[in-house]
Design a protein around this ligand. Structure first.
Ligand code: TYD
Length: 138
């Protein structure tokens, strides 16, 4: 996997003068079934989250409120996305290192995940991630 496998997904948006509505159906609007939803909120200004990659997990990240940046890194290339719309998702396949920063006040980061929480699915050490990707060799 490399950062060209990551993509912005524009979700359906039903516009109405009563307010807009978006929806997500697993394996229809995003390329995986949804097993878990989690969200980051009350993030203090200047905080950084993420700082890991997943062996198997796929995710879709949405700024449900406010804004933040997601930096994707495949060990060779990096790209920074600014998310600030609740109908735009950033799809991240497995084996991509991600860091989240630049949270606005009131930002809510919702993450749809393909699997349940499993700590053994994480690379939390950048060097061991690079070794497992074959970017650096012992
Ligand atoms: P962590 O993955 O480190 O957050 P971030 O994405 O910002 O790096 O998770 C922080 C803590 O929350 C950690 O102790 C694991 C726990 N956690 C769960 O118990 N379930 C979950 O679904 C998630 C995402 C985290």
């Amino acid at each position: 996997m490399d950062i060209s496998d990551c993509k912005i997904i524009t979700l359906p948006k039903i516009c109405d003068r009563r307010g807009n509505l978006s929806f997500i159906e697993g394996s229809i609007h995003i390329p995986f079934d949804i097993s878990r939803v989690y969200y980051l909120y009350d993030v203090p200004g200047g905080s950084e989250r993420g700082g890991h990659a997943h062996k198997d997990l796929q995710q879709l990240i949405i700024a449900m409120s406010g804004s933040f940046d997601v930096v994707l890194d495949d060990g060779v290339n990096k790209i920074r996305y600014h998310l600030n719309r609740s109908y735009i998702g950033l799809y991240i396949p497995h084996m991509i290192w991600r860091e989240l920063d630049n949270f606005s006040s009131g930002a809510v980061c919702m993450v749809l995940a393909s699997n349940r929480y499993d700590e053994s699915d994480y690379y939390r050490n950048y060097e061991s991630y690079l070794k497992n990707k074959g970017v650096i060799i012992d």
